[in-house]
Design a protein around this ligand. Sequence first.
Ligand code: OAD
Length: 253
Amino acid sequence: MMTIQKCVDTLRSAKQISILTGAGVSKESGIPTFRDALDGLWARFDPRQLATPQAFQKDPKLVWDFYEYRRALMRPAEPNAGHFALAALQRRFPTLRIITQNVDDLHERAGSDDVIRLHGNIARNKCSADCQGSPTRVDVSQLTWDKASGPPPCPYCGRLVRPDVVWFGEMLPRDELDRALDLARRSDVMLVVGTSGMVSPSAEMPYLVKDHGGVVIEVNPETTPITRIATLHLQGASGVVLPEVVAALDTAQ
Ligand code: OAD
C-alpha cells in the first residue's frame, strides 16, 4: 500500500515522533470505544450523564457501578497487535512518546514506556476530595465495605472514593497535559491512532504539530475532523495497519 511506504519514509526522516491514541486502539482488545453504543444495562444512559462530578455528587452508587462495569469489561482485555506495534516503534525510535486519552493500561502492558496519560487510569481510585494532596490515591483492595452501597469511604477523611479518571468538565492532570503540549510542539511527525478527535484539549495536539509545519498521519477506519489536516490517512484498524507499518519499516531501507 503506497500510503504505508509514505508513512515509513516520513517516520524514517522524522526528528521527533509522537503518537496520540484514543479508544479505537483498544477496540480490538474487546474494549468498546467511548462513543460506541454501550451494551446492556447502560445503553439507556449517555456517558455524559455518568462521567461527571455532578453525576457522582447526585448518585455516587450509579457512577461507581458504571465504572465497576467498565473495569470488569477491561480486566480480561489483552494488548492487541496495534499496542505491540506502537511499542515496537518506540524501540526503533527511542525518543518517541505516546500521549493517550485511554484509561486502560494496555500500552504499558504491551511494553510502551513513559506513556503520557491525559485522562487517568480506570484501574486506580482516589479520594474524591484529594484530602492528602492531588491525587490522594486509595487502594480499595485493602478496604472492606458494603459493596452494594457503592463506593467506599476514604480511609483518611471518610469522604467517598472515586475512580482516578478525568470526568467531563474536569481539568486534565496539569503535569501530564504540560508534557503532552511540550511534546506536540517539539514533534515533526504525529501519528493519530483511533480517536474521533472530538474532545479537547487532547484533540488539539495534532493541530499544534501542523501549526509548526509538522506532519500528521491518521490511522482510523473512519474519517474524523483530524483527517482534514492529516498528510496521510491510513484507513483501517490499528491492529492491522500498525503492524504493516512496522513490517515495512524493517524491510531493507
Ligand atoms: P471515540 O469513541 O470518540 O472514537 C473512537 C475512534 O476510534 C473513532 O474515530 C473510530 O472510528 C475509531 N476506531 C474504531 N475502531 C478502530 C480500530 N480498530 N482501529 C483504529 N481506530 C478505530 O473515542 P476517543 O476519541 O478516544 O474522555 O474519545 C476521546 C475521549 O472522549 C475519551 O477519552 C473520553 C471521551 O469523553 C474522557 O473520558 C474524559
